[in-house]
Structures are given as structure tokens and as C-alpha cells.
Design a protein around this ligand. Structure first.
Ligand SMILES: [Zn+2]
Length: 63
């Protein structure tokens, strides 16, 4: 777990998700409930991550 802190000073809790070959990280603040995604270290939008999840789920269904 990374020791990063939120802007509010609260502790960030990160969860790593595997989406196919890619890895995405969801961080959430335990204090102010802020949530954000990262794609290999760069910020990602929730909509983009959900899109990737649905694409991979579709591929798995066809296998
Ligand atoms: Zn916070």
C-alpha cells in the first residue's frame, strides 16, 4: 500500500485492479470520500475504466 495522503490530509486507500493485460488503481480517501482512478500512474476517468472493464468482460464471454 502506498503512503500517499489526500489533499484533505486523510489517508488514501488504494486498490489495484487487473483489467485484461492492463492494471488500474482506484484510490479513495478514508476521510473526505474522494475517489480517483489511475492508469499506470496517470489519472483516468471512471467512464474510461468502466468502458475497459466492459470490453474485457465481453472478450472473456466469447472465449
Ligand atoms: Zn480526502
Amino acid at each position: 500500500m502506498s503512503g500517499k495522503n489526500c489533499k484533505c490530509g486523510g489517508r488514501l486507500v488504494s486498490i489495484d485492479l487487473k483489467i485484461g493485460e492492463a492494471s488500474r488503481r482506484l484510490s479513495s480517501c478514508s476521510k473526505c470520500d474522494r475517489r480517483f482512478w489511475e492508469a499506470e500512474g496517470t489519472p483516468a476517468k471512471l467512464g474510461e475504466v468502466l468502458e475497459e472493464i466492459s470490453v474485457v468482460a465481453e472478450q472473456n464471454r466469447r472465449r
